[in-house]
Write a protein that binds this ligand. Structure first.
Ligand SMILES: Nc1ncnc2c1ncn2[C@@H]1O[C@H](COP(=O)(O)OP(=O)(O)OP(=O)(O)O)[C@@H](O)[C@H]1O
Length: 310
């Protein structure tokens, strides 16, 4: 496998006696979308800040594009983009000018075409000449994203990029993030919208109280921790648990009208139970299935459900 874009080795950050990051080791692969999930105060922003030079780590190594930041703290960071949680631009520049300044800040030559391209992608063309202080909250958020991307970084950190933005911008951003990833940009995303992680991420990491609890392919984590719930409602109460239900270890409700089956990894598929029930000619009035989502999975992980080996 090609060498990681970012390689954290035993990264630790303490504030006095408080440990914000505890011995975090993590390798981010080229071109992936990695979602870092965890509750408030888990250490996500601290991790990003350590890589971007906003937080001084206490211990551990950070290799960025193969370079140790202790040896070369500057040049690898020119290829990183950061969308911070908080809006932080100068209110007196125009939108386009603030993007030009940003490119200069990252050592890139002036490039009108690139600025136009990013403005168009983020639907900001109409506000090109507006002062940044005259933008609406959502537009400011778009500009923040444009600023993080305008210098064509190879690695982009999106720290809750869609906090408080409308559905339309969220969708636009998702489309743009997918495009960037398909072009080879590596993306590390933190989000409280688990739908966002589910939609975008190739892999997820779960962090809590500064410790990385899990790093795994999204599909695998959803399969391993997720479950499918099948609820079958009969037209009338059934006398006793129908035979297929017994065989599948399903549960019959007290009123004997609904049967519930939870399919987890390794269990027989819910579809097979349904086929057997239909095969018995039982009068079924409704069938409902629900698959767990990232949200359910994260709650389980944070509760510390014992993990099977991957
Ligand atoms: N300068 C600081 N001094 C002391 N403690 C700090 C400092 N900066 C951060 N912390 C603490 O470190 C912990 C991790 O904070 P961090 O901002 O990384 O969390 P987070 O996972 O990004 O949270 P959120 O989802 O709320 O943004 C928190 O308990 C926070 O209070």
């Amino acid at each position: 496998m090609s060498s990681p874009v970012l390689d954290l080795q035993g990264l630790t950050k303490t504030y006095g006696s408080f440990t914000a990051l505890s011995d975090v080791s993590l390798a981010i692969r080229p071109g992936e979308i990695f979602a870092l999930l965890g509750p408030n105060g888990a250490g996500k922003t601290t991790l990003i800040g350590s890589v971007c030079g906003l937080v001084k780590k206490t211990r551990g190594r950070i290799l960025l594009f193969g370079k140790d930041l202790d040896q070369d703290p500057v040049s690898p960071r020119y290829d990183v983009g950061l969308v911070p949680q908080e809006i932080n631009f100068d209110p007196f520049f125009s939108v386009a000018e603030s993007l030009h300044i940003q490119m200069g800040f990252y050592g890139r030559p002036r490039d009108e075409a690139r600025v136009d391209e990013v403005l168009t992608a983020l639907n900001l063309q109409a506000k090109k000449d507006a002062l940044t202080r005259a933008l609406s909250g959502g537009m400011k958020r778009r500009l923040l994203i444009a600023k993080a991307l305008v210098h064509r970084p190879k690695l982009v950190f999106l720290d809750e990029p869609t906090a408080g933005v409308d559905v339309e911008l969220r969708r636009d951003l998702w489309t743009y993030v997918r495009k960037l990833a398909s072009e080879g940009t590596t993306i590390v995303l933190t989000t409280h919208y688990l739908e966002e992680a589910e939609e975008l991420a190739d892999r997820v990491g779960v962090i809590n109280e500064g410790r990385l609890l899990l790093v795994e392919d999204k599909a695998s984590v959803l399969r391993r921790f997720g479950e499918k719930r099948l609820v079958v409602t009969f037209e009338q109460p059934v006398g006793e648990m129908p035979e297929p239900g017994r065989r599948f270890n399903a549960v019959l409700s007290e009123d004997r009208r609904t049967l519930t089956y939870v399919e987890r990894e390794g269990n027989a598929p819910a579809g097979a139970l349904l086929t057997s029930l239909y095969g018995q000619g039982l009068p079924i009035s409704d069938v409902e299935t629900r698959r767990s989502r990232m949200e359910d999975v994260l709650i389980e992980i944070l509760r510390g459900r014992p993990q099977k080996s991957a």
